[in-house]
Design a protein around this ligand. Structure first.
Ligand code: T4K
Length: 371
């Protein structure tokens, strides 16, 4: 089908704008290893996100894996997190030799239920890795209080929260560190890419060592690091896209408002909340179907949309604590709300250039599913 609508579509700068940005790279032949574009983009982000330090990565996942590793937690240490997320969050914890302890999520905004965190703290707990899922901001105040009380590190998976502010403070500023994804599917992207934002000066060298083989000089290798550097073409894309970020978010807002005008107050449909004090980036448009009152299941709506060439997605189903790779390890009954929501959630297509006519058509298909 020609007019297929997918869950998202990468935003692109003008072709000439990107060509112009990378011209310098043709002249210099300097393509990676923290060149001029990398350094310029990093400085722009530190200013835009209002944080003292940004470390740029080849993707968001390695950024998260590296920043967790940089904290030097004891092997087998417990990390409180949620299963209502992309595979990356849980994998980053497990690949660091740590044990995820799954906390349930809130029914209204899908973030970690901060009131339940404290009961999960043991003498092996070393960190909390909450997720600002869909760009919804976690209960950062309660999380900070618990972290202080038990001397835990807090590393936010802020993959979805680029450009979001809470009470005027950048989402990048909370906790000990925050990871952003700049994947092609995100509100703001560098094709692939990611970043860690943090306050502690000591982390600068550590993260640098981790993402660049521990090389400190041509004849000086001080650490057994890997390679996770953002290259110059990614950084150039970031520089271009950053110029258009506000316009991108403004267009997304209009799409979201159009969806809301159709789906608000429909029996059996729960929408993503408008969080108090949060300036949203309109990253995703999740809806929850309560089949008893809506009259159709999530699966029926998903299938009907697909039949009409509309690619909604079940972000985040299945829960990470039910993945085959973790078979028998975690007890999903510990996170009943996450399980309930993951079985009922559908994220609808959302991108800046999605037309109002398309939104009307998508909502028409959904509402026609009611029996
Ligand atoms: N933490 C969280 C909470 C995350 O959501 C993610 C990533 C991460 C950590 C890790 O960050 P990264 O290491 O990825 O930087 C997508 C993305 O690949 C992934 O980045 C994202 N979360 C996740 C929620 O969604 P898929 O498997 O759904 O992607 P895919 O290929 O099915 O693409 C979805 C739609 O996007 C397509 O239907 C069309 C559109 N698209 C896709 C690509 C690849 C484009 O328009 N352009 C493209 O280049 O995972």
């Amino acid at each position: 089908m020609n007019n297929k609508i997918l869950v998202t579509r990468s935003s692109m700068p003008e072709f000439e704008e990107y060509c112009n940005e990378i011209k310098e790279l043709w002249n210099s032949h300097w393509l990676t290893n923290m060149g001029v574009k990398h350094r310029a983009f990093q400085a722009q982000l530190e200013q835009k996100l209002d944080v003292p330090h940004v470390a740029l990565y080849t993707n968001g996942h390695l950024a998260l894996e590296n920043v967790i590793a940089a904290m030097n937690f004891p092997h087998g240490g417990e990390v409180i997190t949620t299963p209502f997320t992309f595979a990356s969050t849980t994998h980053a914890i497990v690949r660091n030799g740590l044990t995820p302890v799954f906390c349930d999520i809130r029914a209204d905004d899908f973030t970690i239920d901060a009131e339940k965190i404290e009961s999960l703290v043991t003498d092996r707990t070393c960190a909390i890795v909450p997720v600002h899922v869909y760009g919804n901001i976690c209960d950062v105040e309660v999380i900070e209080r618990i972290a202080k009380k038990y001397e835990l590190k807090v590393i936010y998976d802020a993959a979805h929260a680029f450009g979001v502010t809470y009470k005027g403070v950048s989402a990048a500023a909370f906790g000990d560190a925050s990871m952003f994804s700049f994947h092609a599917t995100k509100v703001f992207h560098t094709i692939e890419g990611g970043a860690v934002c943090f306050h502690d000066d000591a982390l600068v060298q550590k993260l640098n060592d981790m993402k660049n083989f521990g090389i400190r000089g041509p004849e000086d290798v001080e650490f057994v690091g890997g390679n996770a550097k953002m290259n110059e073409f990614q950084a150039a894309m970031g520089i271009c896209n950053l110029r258009h970020l506000d316009a991108e978010i403004a267009k997304r807002k209009l799409v979201v408002e159009r969806y809301r005008s159709h789906l608000e107050r429909v029996d059996g449909i729960q929408l993503n909340p408008v969080q108090e004090g949060v300036q949203s980036n309109y990253a995703y448009f999740p809806i929850i179907f309560q089949e008893d009152s809506f009259g159709a299941t999530r699966h029926e709506v998903f299938a009907k949309l697909a039949e009409n060439g509309i690619g909604a997605r079940k972000y985040f189903y299945p829960l990470t604590n039910t993945f085959a790779c973790f078979h028998g390890k975690y007890d999903v009954t510990q996170t009943p709300m996450a399980l309930h929501l993951s079985r009922r959630v559908l994220t609808l297509p959302l991108y800046a250039d999605l037309t109002m006519e398309d939104v009307d058509r998508i909502c028409g298909v959904i509402l026609a599913c009611r029996k």
